[in-house]
Design a protein around this ligand. Sequence first.
Ligand SMILES: [Zn+2]
Length: 377
Amino acid sequence: MIFLSFIGISIILFPSISIFAAMITDIRFWSAPDHTRVVLDLTEPIQYESSFQEKPLQLHLELKGTSLTTQKREVEVNDPLLTKISLIDLGKDKVKLVLHQKKTLNANIYALKPYLDKPHRLVIDLVDLVQEKKEQEERQKQKEVRPKGTKIVVIDPGHGGEDPGAVGPKKTMEKDIVLKVGEKMIHFLNQNKEIQAFLTRKGDYFIPLEERIKIAREYGADLFISLHTDGSFNPQARGSSIYCLSLSGATDEAAKILDDKENMSNVLGGAFLRPASIVKDPNLNQILLDLMQNNSMKESLRFAEYLLEDIKVVNQLKYPSYRQANFIVLKAPDIPSVLMEMAFITNKEDERLLKRNDFQEKMAKSLITSVKKYFKP
Ligand SMILES: [Zn+2]
């Protein structure tokens, strides 16, 4: 024992040699219509070398200074892009990651630092450029084929994929609830001949915030509604709130924090997905842009007033009026946009409501009542 305590330092140091090798603790994937995102959880950042193989079509990543602690060796994917993912232990602190492709894909590989409860991550986005273009063209076509007088509403279920949003005490995830309400809204809205409604995301995957606006614009949206559920460290906080864009900064401190919370989605979900595709038109005249923005804001506030009226029948309001904050998803100068926090998922009672099908339906229907009022000539 004495001997051990004398060489205590080297005993402590010895096992730390293997600690220096990064460990892969988990592997996940998220399927979007035009890309599949594969995420490796790591204890340390790692070095890797990637190569494509033609026959069979595979992307190989040789991960260096790495060992496996996850039991997963084969992950079945079977989405339109990949069949499966394999992890092969090569020994000597080397692991090979093989992505089995169904078609030719482009790879975007990047590391994410630890953030909140997320560890170091290596993200591999496999993008189907053909499908991506097709989706975009289909959205743009909607704009052209719409009957005269038809209004287009784009519903944006917040978060998705790697980014769960706020999580309730019973582990209910914001990303799932907002998608469910969004789907219900689309269903009810499309029963009106004069309205066509679309979702920004149709499944459990992440879309960068700027990309959501781009999608709305491609559809030619007349109105954009981003759906969220609120989260707070205070378990007592509850109720619905409506947010519009603020041009002069956040209304108050609370909105500033919220602002942060919603916008950090990009950090959580990994917003590094083809940033070049976010087009900034340098020719847009600033004055014209300001005029447009002012009009969109005025229209957003008009819609927000209707929403407050109709929502309070379904759930108590957190604030008697709409709030203003600098959410990225509200920054389209050309589309009236609101962000709605339906209820506090971090409150036991609100979480219970949010999970209920009849509450989701009531919420969707009251939103639609407001949409109809808004479009009424
Ligand atoms: Zn949210």
